[in-house]
Design a protein around this ligand. Structure first.
Ligand code: ADP
Ligand code: MG
Length: 488
């Protein structure tokens, strides 16, 4: 990134979250994903003349929950407005949204950066709206089909301040929103199914200047990986434009993962004039103090609070704590494992959960909720590492066995396979003697070498001894005894 010393990047995100209500926002149709096309659309969703929308109170409550979760001002009176445009997936000819008076006002979300520092990102507003239907282009030769199942499903659009300065921060923010909506239980956040979609607004400005550059908006990015790639591709493009003397035109663009490029859909001149006005079919939404109090009381512990607690209560590092609270099921798994291992071993539990378990789950494309190794089993395993029964090498063997379902607990596997670490110094000494006696030439060579070379040569003996003990000798004791015998 040769341009990085010349340009600053500015990013703001608009995140659309599909709320997990039982029924749609203005009709009683169900909201379950994956039903036969058009079996979940009522007359309201179809935009039939004469039908009237009725607001779903559950969606309002979820929006307020979110607002309180980001410490935002809750709009005591919010108003639904009609956003007018034509598209085949929108039979009414307008989308019901909120415009001037949203239900959630200014708030903030804290993100943890790679170096462990915390940065606060402003949230400008969040408003309720209905989703549109879906055009299906694949299954109809030469024609498109329309599926109105999604029409009228409740969305919360969360608009950030332009506070992010690179793609990694944008991803951290999107992840923080994702974690939050799942903790709050207001959405499954499933990006594959479109439950969370991001529009990324990107601009650049010469380093050291205040004024923002012209932004382009990358529409509907649906994975964290693509958020990062799309923003980086867009920044490269903008830098190239400006450095070759061209101007940036405000535009809406699409990211194409196949070519890793962004391509303009429409420019500002072609943008719709939505002619927003208050929807005469819907009353303003009035939220009482008592209702806000009630929602506030029912809030669970949220990611930021949990992160701070994991650090203070368990002594975890910034990175581990942030990683573990990033998903509510993972945080729950960790705490259950700590209960089984004892809280003094929490750091070891964090290590095993993050590097071993998550590594394995990732490789198999499994979620923590599908983990073949249960939290209690990890806890039991860590307890045996902590009390010296298992070396880390033996622990990996036990972990594999747990993963493959070879036993109900670490203890049962240790017992059945005789995997206890040998910490009897007499027994280890005997093995060391045997190995040294069989390697006279190497011993001589070791003793003749200077300090800097010795360390590497020691590895040979350790390897032989571990092999001789079938991996069971306590590595620390092996080292001590070996060094003593070699006179190092
Ligand atoms: P629109 O309604 O056209 O999408 P908004 O004013 O609501 O416009 O802004 C949308 C998003 O763009 C917000 O997240 C905001 O922070 C971000 N944004 C605004 N100006 C810039 C800019 N110059 N560079 C990057 N992001 C910006
Ligand atoms: Mg926008």
């Amino acid at each position: 990134m040769s341009w990085a010393s010349d340009w600053d990047v500015v990013i703001g995100l608009e995140v659309h979250v599909q709320l997990a209500t039982q029924s749609k926002i203005f009709s009683g149709s169900p909201t379950a994903f994956g039903a036969e096309p058009n079996t979940q659309a009522s007359l309201v969703d179809l935009g039939m003349p004469g039908v009237l929308p009725v607001l779903n109170a559950e969606a309002v409550k979820m929006a307020v929950r979110f607002g309180l979760g980001i410490d935002a001002e809750i709009g005591r009176k919010s108003v639904f407005a009609r956003k007018n445009y034509f598209y085949p997936d929108l039979p009414k000819g307008y989308q019901i949204s909120q415009y001037e008076l949203p239900i959630v006002g200014k708030g903030h979300v804290d993100i943890t950066l790679d170096d462990g520092t915390v940065k606060r990102i402003g949230v400008t507003r969040a408003h309720l709206e209905e989703d549109a239907g879906k055009s299906l282009h694949e299954d109809f030769q030469g024609m498109s089909g329309i599926d109105l199942n999604r029409a009228g499903t409740p969305l919360l659009e969360i608009v950030s301040e332009p506070d992010m300065r690179n793609a990694k921060e944008a991803v951290a923010y999107a992840r923080a929103i994702h974690a939050l909506i799942r903790y709050l239980g207001i959405s499954d956040g499933n990006m594959n199914e479109g439950s969370m979609r991001c529009d990324c607004n990107v601009s650049i400005r010469p380093k050291g200047t205040e004024a923002f550059g012209t932004r382009r908006e990358i529409k509907n990015v649906n994975s964290f990986r693509f958020i990062e790639k799309a923003i980086n591709a867009e920044v490269e493009w903008q830098v190239e434009q400006l450095e070759s003397g061209r101007k940036i035109q405000q535009a809406t663009v699409l990211y194409d993962p196949a070519t890793n490029t962004t391509r303009a859909m429409r420019t500002k001149e072609e943008a719709n004039d939505y002619r927003y006005f208050p929807d005469p079919d819907l009353l303003p939404v009035v939220v009482s103090e008592a209702f806000i109090e009630e929602v506030l009381r029912a809030l669970p512990e949220l990611p930021e609070a949990k992160r701070a607690r994991f650090i203070s209560e368990f002594g975890l590092g910034d990175y581990d704590a942030a990683r573990l609270v990033g998903d509510k099921d993972l945080a729950q798994f960790f705490e259950t494992a700590v209960q089984a291992a004892g809280s003094a071993n929490a750091k070891l539990v964090a290590n095993w959960t993050i590097s071993e378990l998550l590594g394995r789950l990732n490789a198999d494309e499994k979620e923590i909720t599908d983990s073949p190794v249960a939290a209690g089993q990890i806890g039991g395993l860590v307890a045996r590492i902590a009390d010296g029964t298992l070396s880390s090498k033996l622990a990996k063997t036990v972990f594999d066995a747990l993963w493959n379902g070879e036993g109900p607990t670490a203890d049962a596997i240790i017992e059945a396979r005789g995997l206890k670490q040998v910490s009897d110094s007499g027994a280890i000494e005997a093995i060391v003697d045997k190995v040294l006696a069989a390697s006279a030439a190497q011993v001589e060579d070791y003793r003749a070498s200077d300090e800097s070379k010795r360390k590497k040569k020691l590895g040979f003996f350790v390897g032989q001894i571990m092999k001789e003990s079938q991996g069971k000798a306590n590595p620390q004791q092996v080292n001590e005894i070996l060094l003593r015998k070699l006179g190092g």
